[in-house]
Design a protein around this ligand. Structure first.
Ligand SMILES: [Zn+2]
Length: 682
């Protein structure tokens, strides 16, 4: 635990160019620096570092963040580890805050469970060297074509036939019974004896994405005996260190290559992974037979958005392919499917072919999922009109899962032409399915927003709000052109950002962006402006805050309001704009960090070079657009207030109350008309 003031000192000291420059050769380009991206393979540089904003962004793979974020990403470190690394670099002494007794106990317990798992891993590896291990297990691995190097790298092993070998060895080495049981390695019998969960099996340790051993899969080589229970594979149970739905076999050995190739190959079993990796396809992981979970997909998405799933080409494989993929699409991933020749799994296929042959096969046979599904089903339906109708609806429902509007549009086009039908038919169906999904998710969001927001380490795709901020068009669009909901996407926001009032989201997004980017910039109003006050100056943040306070308007969207309040809390502490930005972007509150990232990084920030052309230009734009953005927001607020009052009008029979309400409505309408006039509309 690093105390907050030390964290702040580290954040203030870390210079992005300096930090990134330790890993990447940067070339100066204008105000920014450019390089080939360290996170994906490229020949022309699309990786930018902005010293003025203290951030990096890759326009190729989309990775972005601050200096701390860069170290975390590049070195696979946690937030605290990255801070310590930077503290060392900048000679900042870190005196760690004392943990509470409970924190210490939890951390130690977690570490103890991992340590005992790693002990077991070593024990199984050593057992592989015994006579039995050699004859039974090692022979098996070799017969499957695995090399010594692969066996070593993945820590494959053997659990001896005796039912207590591991438990006894671990106890003798000083490991507590409690941890052996809780790590899923030992079982306690009624008579108090401790026995091993795994015995007489070849062992596949399962590593976390940080490379620690957290669980095992064991395969028996014995033949089934009639009348006796038989499990070919046995896996560790769910434990505190092994959450199945968040783990993938092989992730630790695949992650670097997954980022570099910007692709993940997904197979089913341990041997599929080992064989493909050994052949040279290192970006490969397995779901280990269970059906995929959102947690696993998000683990993949940490490293890439593209997945190639390889299935056995038989009908079971095809059915599996048709079933499992919806979840990927829903998470916004690009999915390709490869069917292997009938009856072969990736293990067989990799053993029988060279690397080039396998690569060529994948390349020639990979099909985007929607196309794959269409072809398979079209083949089944033939010319039967009823079946075809059902099929078209089925495909439309699948397309509806895709969050990205542009991707959906592309699929609609290709699907319509495949079926020779009108695009509108698909669009209609897809819209109605999506409306249903949105309503459902909004309901969920509402329920969740009542609970405290749990932080998660997932990256939320930034919603594509209407955004005129950075490009500053000459004219503001007329009010009606500002969409009520974010353009291009729907008012569902995934990840920790809560958009509970989508009709206000674009405006609040815009105002918050002005504050976060230009909060401390002075608004230099002309003498003839109605905002001009002789001898007084006001900056963007205060101007917006004062205007909203006067009308008693709070931001309606909870995440935006939270960041707004956090901004002014730090502003009142006297922090500079740059410091506030850094703190927000590095906030340990996931919600705050995501909003800051969305507003400060995800959008054009670095692309629009002319944006920081000169202070005068920015200032001229600000005095024009900040008041306009506020007026548009006020109009929206007035719309809502007026319609609420109208609603109340019919519900009260009291004449006096009605007159009072009508007067209010008239006042508000007058204000609204005035604002509209000022916005250039009558
Ligand atoms: Zn990149």
């Amino acid at each position: 635990m690093i105390p907050q003031d030390t964290v702040n000192r580290i954040l203030d000291a870390a210079q992005i160019v300096d930090v990134v420059g330790d890993f990447v050769t940067l070339k100066k380009k204008g105000a920014d620096y450019k390089a080939c991206c360290p996170f994906h393979n490229e020949k022309t540089p699309s990786f930018y570092v902005s010293p003025s904003k203290g951030i990096y962004k890759c326009f190729g793979c989309g990775k972005s963040g601050t200096a701390v974020g860069f170290v975390m990403e590049h070195e696979s470190m946690t937030f605290t580890e990255a801070l310590k690394y930077l503290a060392k670099k900048y000679n900042i002494e870190v005196v760690e805050k004392e943990e509470s007794a409970e924190e210490i106990a939890n951390r130690q317990r977690h570490e103890s469970l991992i340590l005992v798992s790693e002990f077991a891993g070593k024990f199984f590896q050593d057992a592989l060297q015994t006579t039995d291990g050699q004859v039974i297990a090692y022979q098996y691995f070799r017969s499957r074509g695995l090399t010594d190097e692969t066996i070593q790298k993945y820590g494959l092993g053997w659990s001896p036939v005796s039912r207590k070998a591991l438990s006894e060895a671990a106890r003798a080495a000083g490991y507590k019974e409690e941890f052996l049981i809780d790590a899923g390695l030992s079982l306690k019998m009624d008579d108090g004896r401790l026995i091993d969960r795994f015995y007489d099996r070849v062992m596949f340790p399962i590593h976390s994405h940080l490379g620690r051993v957290i669980a095992f899969g064991g395969r028996t080589l014995a033949k089934p005996v009639p009348g006796k229970p038989y499990a070919k594979y046995k896996n560790s149970p769910e434990t505190e260190i092994y959450v199945k739905s968040n783990s993938l076999y092989g992730i630790f050995f695949a992650k670097t290559e997954m980022s570099r190739k910007d692709n993940c190959i997904l197979v089913e079993g341990y041997l599929d992974v080992l064989q493909m990796h050994q052949l040279g396809l290192k970006n490969v992981v397995a779901s280990s037979g269970t059906s995929l979970t959102v947690g696993q997909i998000r683990l993949i998405r940490k490293f890439t958005n593209n997945v190639t799933i390889i299935y056995d080409g038989d009908s079971a494989g095809i059915n599996a392919a048709l079933k499992g993929v919806g979840l990927f699409l829903k998470e916004g991933m690009n999915v390709k499917v490869v069917l292997l020749p009938d009856g072969q799994d990736p293990d067989d296929f990799a053993r029988k072919h060279t690397l080039t042959e396998v690569q060529d096969y994948i390349h020639q046979h990979e099909q985007d999922f929607i196309g794959f599904k269409t072809d398979v089903l079209l083949n089944e339906a033939g010319d039967d009109p009823l079946k075809r109708t059902r099929l078209i609806n089925d495909i439309a429902d699948t397309i509806a899962l895709i969050p990205d509007a542009i991707a959906r549009a592309v699929y609609i086009k290709t699907t319509a032409s495949k079926f020779e039908i009108d695009e509108d038919l698909l669009v209609e169906r897809i819209s109605s399915v999506r409306m249903g999904m949105i309503e459902e998710e909004q309901k969920q969001k509402k329920l969740e927003s009542r609970k405290p927001v749990k932080s998660s380490d997932e990256q939320a795709p930034a919603p594509e709000y209407f955004d005129y901020g950075m490009e500053y068009p000459d004219e503001m669009p007329p009010i009606d052109d500002i969409p009520m909901v974010p353009l291009g996407s729907d008012p569902i926001v995934s990840g920790p950002i809560i958009i509970n009032a989508p009709e206000f989201a674009p405006c609040e997004h815009e105002l918050l962006k002005f504050i976060l980017e230009h909060g401390c910039t002075e608004l230099m109003f002309d003498r003839d402006s109605k905002y001009y006050v002789e001898g007084e100056t006001i900056n963007v943040a205060e101007f917006i805050d004062a205007t909203l306070a006067e009308d008693e308007h709070d931001f309606e969207n909870l995440s935006y309001r939270k960041v707004y309040e956090e901004y002014f809390r730090m502003y009142d502490e006297g922090l500079s704009q740059q410091q506030i930005q850094t703190r927000l972007l590095n906030s340990q509150d996931q919600e705050i960090m995501e909003v800051a990232k969305e507003l400060l990084i995800e959008k054009h920030s670095l692309t629009v070079a002319n944006y920081e052309k000169s202070l005068t230009a920015t200032s001229t734009l600000l005095i024009q657009f900040v008041p306009k953005a506020l007026m548009i927001y006020q109009v929206k607020k007035l719309d809502k207030m007026i319609s609420n009052l109208m609603g109340g009008l019919n519900s009260t029979p009291d004449l006096d109350a009605q007159v009072e309400t009508l007067t209010k409505i008239t006042d508000l309408t007058r204000t609204r008309t005035m604002l509209n006039k000022e916005l250039g509309r009558v």
